[in-house]
Design a protein around this ligand. Structure first.
Ligand code: T4K
Length: 402
């Protein structure tokens, strides 16, 4: 249930009742057919094969490989560890260039392995790596590029491939957000040396926790499989350094069940995105980031850019209002990796910092109803059309608390 928030006085922060009784999260999981999932869990228990290359993991890998049109898929316990084994299997060392505007796991995966993440700036239009800034950062120590297909919008992959080729660098994509998306008509998964997907609970297709590495390179796939299971090639035979990166059967069962609803999830996400676009249209200073209609797209993130020069209220003030209405909008990926410990060094990345201060992510997915979206948009409309007054209220509140 939600209440109308048409005037400033209606807003919970200024004395009204919260629009939502229960919190509305960004990242509420989509869940497919429960009965099918339960049946698969019963199969797992009957088989007593719970993990380590079980039949559901193999089936999950085959499905991902087919959907992405890639030769090999190696499923893992999550995308962070998938990045780590991909980084190691590709022999990345020294310095790797990575955007700062990403989830912290991208940078941590490098740093965890003793590889130095060198942060580059982003293209303000796509929020993905700026190839020109990246090229400037290449040194004799650079061994690779770890690019991120953020929000499911692809990097300038052609430019990155040509930079990698010209400089003899490995090219790894963090495509945690980009499952089900395409670049120039080709599904994400087969670009560069390898790509990594996340199937975390908050991703539009989840396997509870989970990840996958896709590659067309046979040798690399073999290495990754060994590394995923401590380097074992058979009982008692260890061929390489490895770790435990295995996906469990229950995760694969959840992944397979959710893959059966993939098209439905995308339809819902697309409808939600369209509704947000329609209901926020004409609000000065509010831009909903868009997706390329000519590509496959999962629409899993609804991201607004707030231009405070026009809205008068800042992004953080808008978030405070939304929180008080029980809409838990997120500041993904504030403040940027380069300003987070342990990376903070005083480096300045102007575009990253500008975008970090402007964006917010709103709830979407199958748990959000059209009525919820109407209410969320109404709150934003009320705040922005009364920007001056709302901002003045925040300022007087700050003055009182000083
Ligand atoms: N690369 C990129 C670009 C990524 O975005 C990510 C992860 C990775 C790599 C690493 O992938 P994994 O190793 O995780 O597979 C979340 C997720 O934890 C993270 O997976 C995701 N990106 C990132 C963008 O968002 P948080 O800190 O927002 O997650 P969390 O667990 O607080 O969940 C957010 C909200 O979702 C909660 O407030 C409530 C709701 N929620 C969450 C869970 C787990 C539910 O309603 N149910 C749930 O089961 O980072």
């Amino acid at each position: 249930m939600s209440t109308a928030q048409k005037t400033i006085e209606d807003l919970a922060l200024f004395g009204g009742r919260p629009a939502f009784e229960q919190p509305l999260h960004v990242g509420r999981p989509n869940t497919g057919d429960r009965e099918k999932f339960s049946n698969r869990v019963n199969d797992i228990l009957d088989r007593r094969w719970l993990t380590n290359d079980g039949p559901y993991v193999i089936e999950f890998e085959e499905c991902i490989a087919e959907l992405t049109g890639v030769k090999h898929c190696v499923a893992t316990c999550n995308a962070t560890v998938a990045l780590e084994i991909a980084i190691r299997a590709l022999g990345l060392a020294g310095e790797v260039i990575v955007p700062s505007f990403t989830f912290i796991a991208t940078a941590h995966a490098l740093q965890w392995l003793g590889v130095t993440p060198v942060f580059c700036d982003i293209d303000p239009e796509t929020h993905t790596v700026d190839p020109r800034d990246l090229a400037r950062l290449i040194t004799p120590q650079t061994t690779g590029i770890l690019a991120v297909n953020l929000w499911g919008r692809q990097c300038d992959i052609n430019a990155l491939e040509s930079i990698a080729r010209d400089h003899g660098l490995k090219l790894l994509f963090d495509s945690a957000h980009a499952f089900g998306c395409s670049y120039q008509g080709r599904m994400v998964g087969g670009f560069g040396d390898a790509e990594v997907f996340s199937f975390h609970a908050t991703k539009f297709v989840n396997s509870l926790e989970g990840g996958a590495i896709t590659t067309n390179n046979d040798e690399l796939a073999k290495k990754l499989r060994l590394m995923r299971n401590f380097g074992f090639s058979s009982y008692d035979q260890v061929d390489s350094l490895g770790i435990n990166a295995k996906m469990s059967e229950v995760s694969a069962a959840m992944g397979l069940t959710n893959l059966e609803s993939l098209d439905d999830f995308i339809v819902t996400n697309r409808q939600n995105h369209r509704q947000y676009a329609e209901e926020l249209a004409g609000l000065n200073g509010i831009t909903l980031i868009s997706y390329d209609q000519n590509e496959h797209c999962n629409y899993q993130y609804v991201v607004l850019e707030i231009d405070a020069a026009q809205t008068i209220v800042s992004r953080d003030e808008l978030i405070r209002v939304l929180y008080s209405e029980n809409v838990l909008a997120r500041r993904y990926f504030y403040p940027g990796c380069h300003r987070s410990a342990p990376y903070a060094s005083g480096l300045v990345l102007p575009e990253t910092e500008r975008i970090c201060d402007r964006v917010l992510s709103l709830p979407t997915g199958t748990s959000v109803s059209p009525a919820d979206i109407t209410t969320i948009c109404e709150i934003i409309r009320t705040v922005v059309t009364n920007g001056r007054e709302v901002s003045a209220k925040f300022r007087s509140e700050t003055a009182k608390s000083v």
